[in-house]
Design a binder for this molecule. Sequence first.
Ligand code: ZN
Ligand code: ZN
Length: 208
Amino acid sequence: MRKEARRGKVLVSGLIVLFCAPVTLSGDERTWIYAVLIYTGCSVAFACLVVIMWSDPGVVKRSPERCFPQPKSIIEALSESKGVNKIQGNVKVGEHVFCGRCLVWRPAGTKVHHCSICNRCVYGFDHHCGVFGRCIAAGNIRPFGLIIMMGFATFWTWLVFLSSELLWDLGFQGGYGEVIASVALATFCTWLLLLIIVKACCVCPHKQ
Ligand SMILES: [Zn+2]
Ligand SMILES: [Zn+2]
């Protein structure tokens, strides 16, 4: 997971440098609006990264009240020396569910799932993110959504800026034609990237 978390930090920091470098180096007054948008997007994304990395995703905390009394079937399985890893599934007792892997009672009436990578139960679990090395759950799903939105929005703005610079150098200087061509090219590339990412994603196999 540490390797995963490092990957996430390097990826976001690398993208921030990649997006900020051209507008910073350009120093062109004509494109100041792109600089403002890109710096804003990167600042928000960085703040989201900090929250995702260092906040509690919503782990069901272990405590004597949360762990005991254990259901009979769990006590039997443990006494037979099956070991915690051999106990499969959850034990339902009335309204309450006991997780047979991390051995805690899940609070009744809440959406809790077990993450098989972190080996813990988490409130509002959505998936385990392989990029950030964190469960994405109730505590961090908003900054996670925002960092993705900022990523695409900043990527799009960065492409519009690059297209505009390219068209300017090719002689299409000023006018609506240059703006429309830049926006169209950037939108097409962003849509293509989005399509590739959606195709590559699948249902989280770690949700139990
Ligand atoms: Zn669990
Ligand atoms: Zn996890």
